[in-house]
Write a protein that binds this ligand. Structure first.
Ligand SMILES: O=c1ccn([C@@H]2O[C@H](COP(=O)(O)O)[C@@H](O)[C@H]2O)c(=O)[nH]1
Length: 258
């Protein structure tokens, strides 16, 4: 949390650069990863490698380790693995994330409950739990009905009541998609202080202005706007990252003033 806040202030950025490496030529992928990291680092509040894009390669774990080591140490790394299993298994996933890979933060799937999350809540680490995802599932497993009518993300409602003394706002952050600003606003209303990782801008078509309006905290911070494909596939990754960071920063004061 401290590392994230410090980096957000130092870089004046709320941009999370997603690393979802695609391409068949291993050497070219390695080179592209190094180039994207070097070119986008000045504009990145955080990097988010997605585990699936590394595990689908023969040398995936080594490539992920090398990738994380290439990221400047003052920029937080969120390993997007969406882990979720019983506690003793989750303990092994946590060792992988923090001790083998060296990430600062992780995404978890909270479906199996608090004990599936707790092993990831180490001192100095931040856990992003999926609260309202950016896809549009036909079921509403993620939501609970409110007595007052309507629905809200079940996890957001639970986090608002505090999960327990270990899983507090300093260790638990939320993943909330950019594709449903009304739902994002509800989650923000329930969890005014939490950090949100917000995927869905760029390739998934989320509306940036509406997302910031709905998701920013009262202090104009508290969201990490993720973009993966729109940066990885850009002819100039640095320019794509800078442009998105500047768009975010142009919209932030307007939101704070409203
Ligand atoms: O609800 C969610 C949770 C995670 N993701 C991940 O974020 C990136 C989005 O990539 P784009 O190319 O910018 O669409 C990707 O790694 C997803 O697995 C998400 O999209 N939605």
């Amino acid at each position: 949390m401290q590392k994230l806040s410090t980096r957000v202030q130092a870089s004046n950025s709320l941009l999370c650069v997603g690393l979802d490496p695609t391409g068949a030529d291993e050497a070219a992928v390695e080179q592209r990863l190094q180039a994207v990291i070097a070119e986008t680092a000045p504009y990145a509040a955080a990097f988010k490698p997605n585990l699936a894009f590394f595990l689908s390669r023969e040398n995936g774990v080594a490539l992920l380790q090398q990738t994380v080591r290439s990221i400047p140490r003052d920029i937080p790394v969120i390993l997007d693995g969406k882990f979720g299993d019983i506690a003793n298994t989750a303990e092994h996933y946590a060792r992988f994330v923090y001790d083998v890979i060296g990430a600062d933060a992780v995404t978890v799937n909270p479906y199996m409950g608090d004990d599936a999350i707790r092993p990831f809540a180490r001192p100095g680490k931040l856990v992003f739990a999926l609260a309202k995802t950016s896809n549009h599932p036909f079921h509403n497993l993620q939501d609970v009905e409110l007595a007052s009518g309507g629905t809200i993300s079940a996890l957001a409602a639970r986090v608002a009541r505090a999960l327990d003394e270990e899983l507090t706002e300093s260790t638990i952050a939320l993943v909330v998609g950019a594709t449903n600003p009304a739902a994002l606003a509800q989650v923000r209303a329930a969890c005014p202080a939490q950090w949100f990782l917000v995927p869905g801008i760029g390739a998934q078509g989320g509306d940036l202005a509406a997302t910031l309006q709905a998701g920013l905290r009262a202090d104009g911070s508290g969201v990490l706007i993720n973009a993966s494909r729109s940066i990885w596939q850009a002819a100039d990754a640095g320019a794509a990252a800078r442009e998105l960071m500047e768009q975010i920063n142009q919209l932030r004061p307007a939101v704070i003033l409203n």
